[in-house]
Design a protein around this ligand. Structure first.
Ligand code: 13P
Ligand code: 13P
Ligand code: MG
Ligand code: MG
Ligand code: MG
Ligand code: MG
Length: 382
């Protein structure tokens, strides 16, 4: 029988700003998931948080986008949001963009990463959960994990990995997807996913047999809501070992705190800092963007674990580098490239400020005749 792993998350309100999930809201979600487990809607679950995002990790055998499983998650978020409201927590119900549940959670605010698979005799999985960034933040590490032999030795050494992987990329401006094969289409892949605000790696498959190796939550809240509703704070599942990248090859992709969009007001680039669960709290300038990695094994639908993968001195220097980068880039204040580019600021409150200045501009010249179409949302295929 196939097992489905569903990682569904939402910001339902948080303590002292966009900082951390309150334990009482976790308890409220736990009640709902415990009941769903008793009623055999789900086989097992683990609840945690990263910053102000409540994370529901669930296993079951109902497949992806299952109404009962999604409704369970929705009820858990609703109950948790109720508690958040009663406690007067900040931004209670923040990511719940719709009032009523209809079928599944797609487009309703929560981030969803689901994968159905035949369990291998040993099924190691890593669940990555980030706060203060967006789904495209996983583009670079996914490339390193599944396509860069300088990161992943198995691409060279292991005959079952040697053929490479397929990347499914979603264009979130157009709602279209494309599949690109590595290593032969590496440069085409990079041409797209180097624009991570628009082209998001959603799934990765092993080329030899189409085995799915990874899935990412692709929900971009601002594009769904048409206004600023915080950052998407994405989750990702990566299966490990036995013809897939080793656990250590997966984690190796996070040894550089590369710059990702998000951080303060969802409007700034900052270093992605891998942290332990105990450090999964947004503090400095509401960040820096943080990443937690939990390792599990799945056996007969049960979650064995977790182990807190970045709770390790081997990542201390990465964190130190992240702080140095944070110090440096913060000195740019409101200037790009610390602040995001204009098309990404469109959903923040910045346009309101600029609108106020509109009438004070005086026409001067016709010398500048062209506008870069790459900044237009409509221009997808130029
Ligand atoms: P062990 O000998 O510790 O099992 O290591 C095997 C391995 O391949 C590590 O990447
Ligand atoms: P969240 O998406 O984590 O709520 O972040 C919102 C924000 O504005 C942080 O400064
Ligand atoms: Mg928040
Ligand atoms: Mg968040
Ligand atoms: Mg958010
Ligand atoms: Mg061993």
């Amino acid at each position: 029988m196939k097992t489905t792993l569903s990682v569904i998350k939402a910001d339902i309100g948080s303590l002292a700003g966009h900082h951390v999930v309150h334990p009482d809201t976790i308890a409220a979600a736990n009640k709902i998931l415990a009941e769903a487990k008793r009623n055999n809607v789900i086989s097992d679950y683990y609840i945690t948080y990263v910053g102000d995002d409540l994370q529901l990790i669930m296993t079951h055998n109902r497949g992806e986008l299952d109404t009962k499983v999604h409704e369970t998650a929705w009820n858990a978020f609703k109950e948790a949001a109720k508690v958040a409201k009663d406690l007067g927590l900040y931004a209670a119900g923040q990511d719940l963009l719709s009032d009523s549940f209809s079928g599944n959670l797609r487009g309703m605010g929560p981030g969803i990463a689901e994968m159905e698979f035949e369990e291998r005799p040993a099924e190691p999985v890593v669940i990555f959960m980030a706060d203060k960034t967006e789904p495209g933040a996983y583009n670079l590490p996914l490339y390193k994990i599944f396509a860069d032999p300088f990161n992943t030795a198995g691409l060279v050494i292991d005959p079952t990995m040697h053929e490479g992987y397929k990347f499914e990329v979603l264009d979130v401006y157009e709602g279209e997807s494309i599949i690109l094969n590595t290593p032969e289409e590496t440069y085409d892949l990079l041409a797209l996913i180097g624009t991570p605000s628009r082209y998001i790696v959603r799934r990765v498959y092993r080329k030899a047999d189409n085995l799915q190796a990874s899935v990412v939550s692709v929900e971009r809240l601002n594009l769904i809501a048409g206004k600023y509703v915080g950052k998407d704070d994405p989750v990702m599942v990566v299966r490990a070992q036995h013809g897939l990248p080793a656990l250590g090859e997966i984690l190796e992709a996070f040894t550089v705190p590369y710059l990702v969009p998000g951080w303060m007001r969802g409007s700034h680039y900052g270093p992605l800092m891998p942290v332990s669960q105990k450090d999964a709290r947004a503090t400095r300038f509401d960040g820096p963007p943080r990443l937690v990695g939990l390792g599990f094994n799945i056996k007969n639908g049960k979650l064995v674990g977790p182990t807190d993968l970045f709770d390790d001195p081997a990542f201390d220097e990465v964190r130190r580098t992240a702080v140095i980068i944070a110090d440096y880039i913060r000195k740019h204040g409101p200037f790009m490239p610390h602040r995001l580019e204009p098309q990404e600021m469109e959903y923040t409150t910045l346009p309101l400020v600029i609108e106020k200045l509109k009438n004070r501009f005086k026409k001067e010249t016709d010398m500048y005749k062209t506008k870069p179409s790459v900044y237009s949302h409509e221009s997808s295929h130029e």
